[in-house]
Ligand binder design. Sequence first.
Ligand code: A3P
Length: 352
Amino acid sequence: MVSTSHDVEESWDDEFQQLVQTFPKDKSFTGMNLYFFQGFWCPSIVLKAVISCQKHFQAFDSDIIIATLPKCGTTWLKALTFSTLYRNQFARENNPLLTYNPHSLVRFIDYDFYFNDTCPDLENCTLYQPRLFSIHLPYASLPTSIKNSNCKIVYLCRNPMDTLISFWSFFSRLRGEGFEPVSLDGAFEMFCQGINEFGPFFDHVSGYWRASQEKSSKILFLQYEDLKEDITSHLKKLAMFLGVPFTEEEEKQGVVEEIAKICSFENMKDLEVNKKGVQTFGYPQETFLGKIKTYEIPREAFFRKAKVGDWSNYLTPSMVVRLEKLIQEKLENSGLTFKLFSKTSNDITSTE
Ligand code: A3P
């Protein structure tokens, strides 16, 4: 059960209604209403929260922010960053990931903290220190204090073909639970036009890519396919970036491999906590959204196939040609490339 765009919009006061009337509006292929705001398509359900966090969120220099587009591996990156950053704050056999979904351990600034509260108290809002948050906003729309402080951002992107299929499959799975996704043809068309949650896709990726090129000590730019190919070296890179490099002793003890294993898709999807129940977003406390219910997603929906190249089971040859052209056009001269297939047999290789 989730709050619908309609529920949310009904709860907006007159002043906010008037403000949003100045924004272009469309419907995403997920069935959610989107408003074009600051150059990106913001889901109506979180628009008010986005504006609040932009006004009020105060980053600490020590904060770590995980930034992603939905369906690019947010759940995985939350697990990896949480386990790496806080590894000395809990016993190895008691990793909270064994009993909590990653979305409970690393909360969204936009979808959680500001969802029901214009100005939440975030001084001591996370279980461990330093504070670790997550966000879907494009780089240009991040709260100013995130951009201007010394806090660090870990960005994870994924090739657009798998992102689209993961997105479309996720919302198709949630059909009737507040989402009414359109056919894959319709979804493909809208994705190519850039009309999807926090899209255009290429603007989101390029924004963080450029920022990471300019400020490499502030922004670590990661790609899902690279993590799938070699998780160990990327975990070491992540730990180094976070300022908590693995010691020689830890490496000898196999701590890196242990984290990779606990966060692996195979392990996480089979944990009791991830097989049942719903993940609640937003805090069910005093709410400016009035009668709006908290936002809930069945936990097992976050774990589908986790394959690189799964798009090849869905997209037609003409869709592939169009997306390939778009990739070329949008990323030309940027130095950024995507891996559409994997080299490892666990995933789908181009020769299959
Ligand atoms: P698929 O739909 O291709 O299977 P997000 O977490 O941003 O919502 O992204 C969801 C995607 O990440 C889904 O991809 C999901 O299966 C995959 N995923 C979830 N947990 C993962 C993990 N531990 N390792 C790798 N991929 C994972």
